[in-house]
Structure formats: C-alpha cells, structure tokens
Design a binder for this molecule. Structure first.
Ligand SMILES: C[S@@+](CC[C@H](N)C(=O)[O-])C[C@H]1O[C@@H](n2cnc3c(N)ncnc32)[C@H](O)[C@@H]1O
Ligand SMILES: [Zn+2]
Length: 367
C-alpha cells in the first residue's frame, strides 16, 4: 500500500508495478490528474452556485474528494458519487475522514451500483461527469436524460484507437461515422465524439453545445452545455456534416455530401458526419486560462484559449505541406503571424487559420 497525493487530497492505494488497469481493486490513474484539475477549474469558472453534481463512475473517488475540497464555497448543493466496485462506499467514507472533509452545506449521496440506474433513479443534475474505461457510449443516454437545463455533461473517451480510425469498423459501429486516419485524426475524432454525444441529447430535445473540448495524452474530453428546445436541436443537427480532405493537394472543406471531387481533380476522402461548429466558447476558455491556479496546466490552457479564437474545422500542418511542396517549412511563429493564425492543440507543427491552403503554400516561397 502506498499513499498518493494529488493536489488537496491523499489516498492510500495499491498501485500495480506496470500501467494502471481496470482490474485494480480501487482504480486510480495519476495521468488523469490534469483531467480532474481542469474539471475543477471549469466548475470554479462558472458563475453558478448550488450545483447538483453526479460522479457515477468515481473509481477511487478522487475527483469528488477534490470537488469537496477545491470547489469554491457554496458551489455544491448535492454531490452524488457512485462506483460499481465492491466496497466503494466504505472506501469513500474513510477517505472523507482521512482528508478531514466535513459536509456543512453539501448533501452527499453515495452509491455502489451500475451508473445508469444510479443516474436515472435521481432527479436532474447541473453537472454530470462521465469518466469511464474506454468508450463513454454505455452511459450517454442516462447522462443526456438526467442533465438539467443549462447543465453541463463532462465526458471522457479513452478509446482513441476507435475514434482516430486505427479500426475504422469500430468507428462506424460505435460512433456512427467514418474516421480519417491522417495527421487530422485527433481533431476529426474529437468532432465525431461530440456529434455522437449530441445525438443522445437531441432525442430528449436537448441541444448540447461545446463549452470546452480537447484531446490530451491518451484521451478525449468534452464539456457540453445543454439547452432545451427542438429548434436548438435542429441547429445542432444542421452542423453535423462531412469533412472532405484531399490527400493529394491537402485541400479540405465541410459538406452535406460525401462524394465530391477536389479542384485538383482527385476524389476527396471523407470523414464524419461530425460536429462542424466551435469546439468551445472562446471567452469562457480565456476566463479559465486567466483563473487557472494549476501551474502545470498553464501552457495547455493558454494554447486552448488562443486556439478557440479561430473557429475553423481542421488545421494545416507545416510538415505535411513541406513534404508536398518539397521545401523546408518556414518557422511556425513567423507563418502564424503572416496568416493571422493560431497554434493548435492537435499538432506542434499545425496552424489554424481562415486563410486557404494555397495562401499558406505561398509563404513557403517567400523567404
Ligand atoms: C476510469 S475509472 C474512473 C476514474 C475516476 N472517474 C477518476 O477521476 O479517477 C472507471 C470506473 O468506472 C467503474 N465502472 C465500470 N463500469 C461501471 C458501471 N457500469 N457502473 C458504475 N461504475 C462502473 C469502474 O469500477 C472504475 O472504477
Ligand atoms: Zn486536391
């Protein structure tokens, strides 16, 4: 048994010698500390107080313990924490004591059951955090059913191989879309995941709009805000389109159709349908970056905030263009300035810009 410390919380745990795995008696993944910190920052950046929060796949309970310690006073009215593993509730109660957490203003509901009935047997939530092993699919319908008006669903997906097209048949089966296994695969995967979750929402007339979405390390993470209304849902569905990509000239566009020819004469490869709207709300993400108390997340949050200023689907990768035009790429910072672009979370050599691929290629000649 070792005692791990993560921000405000310490936990006694048996950690495996190699990688963490689903069979651990109490599941804890140190690599997900960033995922948890960003969820705390997001909730503390919202102006709303008195939230009802669900953490139905709690693992060690570390996220909820951190919520209780690190969310601002008055944030949590009710916290519902659950995990299917035997002994979860007694473990969680012990950790409350160990970490000297008193529940003055918060009602705590503990469960040791399946996440779906746990959610469905309760009233609506302002925030539901779905953080499973692999795909979130089995839990999406219950989360969509139980999220309140203006509530936020926070979803992790660690089945990156399915979303990025290592196994295209898995993408079709699980995410109802065609992947794109190129340098653009992480953004395409994220947008496929967003659409998949949005379709769970529209069946309840709930429109899920991205507040923050990202890909990091081995996982995808999205925060979607629910608003109610058939018209709002129609607007969501209208933004589910195909992403067309030409593997010859690297041109791209969004389209309602998946069978088109590029101006260079080659047939476009298609991905999707996927979400073609913004990946997040720029002012909110900027506020998060400005409020961030976690130094280890600063670089990533500043990148997300800067990237959110440019709302385009896809990005240009200098190395990919260099290979095509057979020239060394210019310095990223220089070209970013010239095309009024921004860096992207999806590639260290990528640029998001509204300027066309041809205009960027011109920059390779002007040196
Ligand atoms: C990735 S871990 C959760 C990690 C945790 N959210 C965190 O931030 O550390 C997934 C957890 O879901 C639990 N689980 C798997 N299937 C479940 C189900 N159907 N209902 C409830 N819990 C489940 C597992 O026991 C495991 O602890
Ligand atoms: Zn082309």
């Amino acid at each position: 048994m070792s005692v791990i410390a993560e921000q405000s919380i310490s936990l006694p745990l048996v950690l495996p010698k190699g990688d963490v795995h689903a069979q651990m008696e109490i599941f804890y993944n140190p690599l997900m500390a960033s995922n948890r910190s960003i969820s705390i920052l997001l909730l503390n950046t919202l102006s709303k107080k008195n939230l009802t929060i669900a953490d139905p796949l709690a693992g060690s309970g570390i996220r909820s313990l951190r919520f209780l310690k690190e969310l601002h006073s008055g944030k949590i009215q009710r916290l519902c924490v659950n995990d299917l593993k035997p002994g979860f509730t007694s473990y969680f109660k012990k950790q409350l004591k160990r970490n000297k957490i008193t529940l003055e203003e918060t009602e705590l509901v503990l469960g040791n059951t399946d996440a779906t009935p746990f959610l469905l047997h309760q009233n609506g939530f302002d925030y539901i955090d779905i953080d499973p092993f692999g795909s979130p699919n089995p839990f999406l319908a219950a989360a969509a059913a139980r999220i309140s008006r203006e509530g936020i669903v926070a979803i992790t997906a660690t089945d990156t191989a399915a979303l990025t097209g290592t196994y295209p048949r898995a993408t079709r089966r699980k995410y109802w879309a065609e992947p794109l296994h190129t340098f653009l695969m992480h953004e395409v995967g994220l947008r496929i995941l967003i659409r998949r979750i949005q379709l769970q929402g529209t069946q309840f007339d709930k429109a899920f709009v991205p507040l923050l979405s990202y890909h990091k390390d081995h996982y995808f993470r999205v925060y979607l805000r629910a608003t109610k209304g058939k018209e709002k849902c129609d607007q969501i569905v209208e933004q589910h389109q195909y992403f067309l990509f030409c593997t010859s000239c690297l041109d791209r566009k969004c389209s309602r159709w998946n069978n088109e020819t590029c101006a260079c004469g080659k047939q476009f490869q298609f991905a999707g349908p996927l979400w073609t709207g913004p990946l997040g709300e720029h002012p909110f993400i900027q506020k998060m970056a400005d409020n961030n108390p976690f130094p280890e997340e600063k670089e990533f949050l500043d990148l997300l905030a800067a990237e959110a200023a440019v709302n385009v689907v896809g990005f240009h990768d200098l190395h990919e263009i260099a290979r095509r035009v057979k020239k060394d790429p210019p310095r990223l910072e220089k070209i970013i300035k010239r095309v009024r672009g921004v860096r992207t979370q999806f590639s260290g050599t990528g640029i998001k810009t509204t300027v066309s691929r041809k205009e960027i290629e011109k920059e390779f000649n002007e040196r």
